[in-house]
Write a protein that binds this ligand. Sequence first.
Ligand code: NDP
Length: 294
Amino acid sequence: MTARIIDGKVIAADLRARVAGEVARVKRENSLTPGLAVVLVGNDPASEVYVRSKHTQTQAAGMASFEHKLSADVSQADLLALIAGLNGDPAVHGILVQLPLPKHLHTETIINAIDPAKDVDGLHPNNAGRLAGGFAALSPCTPLGCIILTRSVHPSLEGMNAIVIGRSNLVGRPLVQLLLNENATVTIAHSRSRDLPKLCAQADLVYAAVGKPEMVRGSWLKPGATVIDVGINRIPTAEGKTKLIGDVAFQEALDVAGAITPVPGGVGQMTVACLLVNTLRAACAIHKLPAPGV
Ligand code: NDP
């Protein structure tokens, strides 16, 4: 069997185009330009790349993009003051503080300071709690992307056995909640789980969000399973360069899985596209407009 490759590039491009269409509509019909503010503290090269891509894609979708670059030694008080300003700014509908933050800043305090209505990363406890309770919420972007990718293969996830490997607040936990909302039966695995291969063997849907290169082996998978690889691991090559690989042994999995996301070109593509979706949804909700059609 050779698994179908789930093309995150194509699916993300389609989603961005649909967001752009809805942005054009709310601009035309409601004179509303959704705006996203991204706050970057310090100059971590990977974070700079992410922030640049968010800026470009936000503008390409027709939204306003506000970038705030702060020095690595900014005080917590100054960062909180900036967030308070963005909370009160009517042109800003989404606020994202790029993580990780330098050690002297208390991440939880910073996240908690964001107005939950503008929390497009879905990390504020109000949104996490609402999602866990099954209420409407702004959900974290990477798990949202995972669901969209899965639904490109299975229009309904109802009754399917899913395993989520990883229980971080950013990926694993919200993904579990979104899968429950889709009526899947979900197993949550983590570093203390016993016999991961056996747990995976029962799963129709496998989500690997661990951060360990190629940890999930092809032999663990149920034949025909759909595999969504969230992992992004940068490893050195023989030529002295680096390359990205996922948490799943891709070549092995190709022979067993029914469908699989590549790394790169899978989940990573969806995260920023879903950030645009969340910003549009937040703008519509703040202005008490009907939810957009994406
Ligand atoms: P975290 O480090 O926060 O969480 C990792 C999780 O994996 C933890 O729950 C941990 O368990 C679990 N884990 C660690 N070792 C094992 C093991 N041997 N067996 C089973 N579970 C294990 O990572 P994130 O959730 O933030 O990210 C996960 C991966 O996804 C990373 O590679 C990251 O780069 C990538 N990522 C990709 C994104 C994208 O856009 N594609 C976005 C965000 C992340 P425990 O809780 O017990 O410690």
